[in-house]
Ligand binder design. Sequence first.
Ligand SMILES: *Cc1c(COP(=O)(O)O)cnc(C)c1O
Length: 406
Amino acid sequence: MDAIPYGYHWVEDADAEAVAHALRSRWITQGPLIREFEERVAARCGAPYAVAFSSGTGALHAACFAAGIGAGDEVITTPMTFIASANAVLYQGGRPVFADIDPQTLNVDPAQILEQITPRTKALLPVHFAGLPCRMGEIAHLARRHGLIVIEDASHALGAEWATTTGQAEKIGSCSHSDMAVFSFHPVKHITTGEGGMVLTRREDLRDRLRRFRHHGITQRPSAEGESDEPWCFQMEDLGYNYRITDFQCALGLRQLDRLEFFLSRRAEIARRYRQGLADLGLGWQEDLEPGIRHAWHLCVVQLPLDQLAKNRKEIYRSLRAKGIGVNVHYLPVPHQPFYQRRFGYHPGQFPVAERYYERALTLPLFPRMVHGEVERVIASVRKVLQESRRADAVPRSQPQGAMQE
Ligand SMILES: *Cc1c(COP(=O)(O)O)cnc(C)c1O
């Protein structure tokens, strides 16, 4: 039987056709499909402006630039994220500062953010871990009180929603409670452009800075004839990069966006089935009981009941991998990466909630293209491995919820 990966893209023949069509057109890089893709994502999320980039990491870097982050500025983020969230701050010469997570949501804990705010703090960079929205109301409140910029790393959360205390539904990416929100279109994410990313914003000034940064810091040529003595010259205003996405990538992105709702509902359905089929195993689940939450299910992360098991996490991981179940672990806390430990002297024990989560964490395979048989195979394999490694003296758990066929 084939191994089941932890994530996988879904590119159809019609998607490939759309890319081929773009490749045969007049423009293969800076053509009209980029603007169309930007407008469509912005409209889907409810933000007025979007700027597409060649990767999510490039988009994060651009957001840090647009926010004016520079030497000596501190940016508070979460230890439980992909390294790119924190690296983007370093690219601009800023310092990432980590605030521990909430044990239930696994998102950065607003109370911990408050503890880390200093006079040097410039921005907050929350990450909607696995696709579960952060408490944006509380984060925006902190930002207002301390005069901070908010950049959401929404790489896991295209399609996620939450509700304000007054019951107002809010989409991630609308930037109603932030200055910018960043998406990634890497193939394991909700929709793909191969490599790609985007920054959404409500602020025209940020949009203009983002556009310049993507294209070497160059401003648009003056449009009126004779405005310049040297009409062939362009003007470089900032130190930008080449972070441009291509037209044919956006052709793919537009097609993928058409199926976003279907992708989201498949992801939610699989996650629901996991939760039901594994309910009696003593696993820990990520959740937020606030009303109005829509989880985008980029990842399905569980926490192993290690105190009831005779095997450790590595042994469980290896047993499942040997059965062709592509489990994974997200993430080693960023401050414990060798580079961060060397540069900033971080040591174990500084982020106890993130560390405790990490020690028990396991990510189950989750992608829309998984077929029913694969989902059931993951459930059966996890059940078997955990039941076989149960300690003889472990307290028995309650019966499974819902119908289980062994
Ligand atoms: C995927 C991801 C990124 C970066 O995305 P790329 O498109 O691969 O550069 C950034 N932050 C988080 C949390 C991610 O998951």
